[in-house]
Design a protein around this ligand. Structure first.
Ligand code: 2RA
Length: 331
């Protein structure tokens, strides 16, 4: 039956995409509460022909709310998610705040939907976008061959840094075209016509938090505590889709042809892989789309029982908003 939905961070890139997904998937909504910081409160957002005024987020914003979608960063989730849960809402949190909490399920609906029933705190965590997109390719292969290790390099869109990341790339491209000064506030150096091998902060082992998310979140979602992962996360001048180059090693010998067939028959992912016709997926193929696309599938030349592959997915959609709305659909 219809639900009272709240979106925290309704004016951000992910919040806006959550509204688009709820509308496009005809989610049964009895009432919609849009919440944001004082700075963004007062704005009007139209949804299904009705104008809704964005309210300022407080600890009392959740009376009667059935599902609260959070997309406003980790500190906001840490401060307000418990209040939403206490008010009786189930929280689906897009931030990293609760992902590694043992009492909080970490869910990709195509992989571990059953875990949604164990939300003992009333909070469910949405995984990191790069993890979701990578596992959309790796889980179907894991079911067939038994995943043992991942070596990955990501090519991450600026949308991962929210609306300001998108704006920074746009500003720099236009400024460079006009021979004007560029602005670098979101990233440590120019992102236009460049690549930056840093996403999130460095840890003592010289990996970034983004790279360790791929390791820790993959182990939790797949329930593979022994899974080995090395990841290099790179920011690239692309607007909305993340790409990930992966070598995945398995218990059993994988086959390229079989892998293509597996993707073609698995929900949420498809193969675009025909080297003889130069067919492979690029970020422009998946932007604004639901499915992740896999190509460049081949036997790895270094590691035994391993496939090398390339997976692409829309970071704002399947990487964040769509995955969260699909979790809400499970509820
Ligand atoms: C990024 N995955 O791409 C991180 C957070 N969305 O910046």
């Amino acid at each position: 039956e219809a639900k009272h939905i709240a979106i925290v961070g309704a004016t951000g890139a992910v919040g806006e995409e959550m509204l688009a997904c709820l509308d496009q998937r005809a989610f049964p909504i009895s009432e919609l509460t849009l919440l944001a910081s004082a700075r963004s409160a007062g704005k009007t957002i139209s949804f299904q022909g009705k104008d809704i005024i964005v309210k300022e987020l407080t600890h009392n914003s959740f009376d009667g709310v059935d599902i609260a979608l959070f997309a406003a960063g980790g500190s906001t989730s840490l401060e307000f998610a418990p209040s939403a849960a206490k008010a009786g809402a189930t929280v689906i949190d897009n931030s990293s705040a609760y992902r590694m909490d043992d009492e909080v399920p970490l869910i990709v609906p195509e992989i571990n939907p059953e875990a949604a029933q164990q939300a003992s705190k009333g909070i469910i965590a949405n995984p990191n976008c790069t993890t979701i997109i990578s596992l959309m390719a790796l889980f179907p292969l894991h079911k067939k061959y038994g995943l043992k290790s991942i070596i990955a390099s990501s090519y991450q869109a600026v949308s991962g840094s929210g609306a300001q990341g998108i704006a920074e790339l746009k500003q720099q491209c236009e400024a460079i075209a006009k021979g004007e000064e560029i602005v670098s506030e979101v990233y440590p150096t120019q992102i236009a016509f460049n690549v930056i091998p840093q996403v999130d902060v460095f840890q003592p082992d010289h990996y970034t938090k983004e790279e360790l998310k791929m390791l820790n979140e993959s182990r939790k979602i797949l329930n593979l505590p022994e899974l080995k992962v090395t990841c290099t996360c790179v920011r690239v001048p692309v607007y909305r889709s993340h790409s990930v180059s992966i070598t995945a090693a398995f218990e059993n010998e994988p086959s390229v042809e079989e892998a293509r067939g597996i993707f073609a028959n698995y929900p949420g992912v498809d193969a675009k892989d025909d080297p003889s016709n130069n067919l492979f997926p690029t970020p422009l193929d998946t932007t604004l789309k639901d499915d992740c696309l896999v190509g460049r599938i081949r036997k790895d030349k270094v590691i035994d029982k391993a496939l090398a592959l390339w997976v692409v997915g829309d970071q704002v959609r399947k990487g964040a908003a769509l995955n969260a709305v699909q979790i809400a659909e499970i509820l």
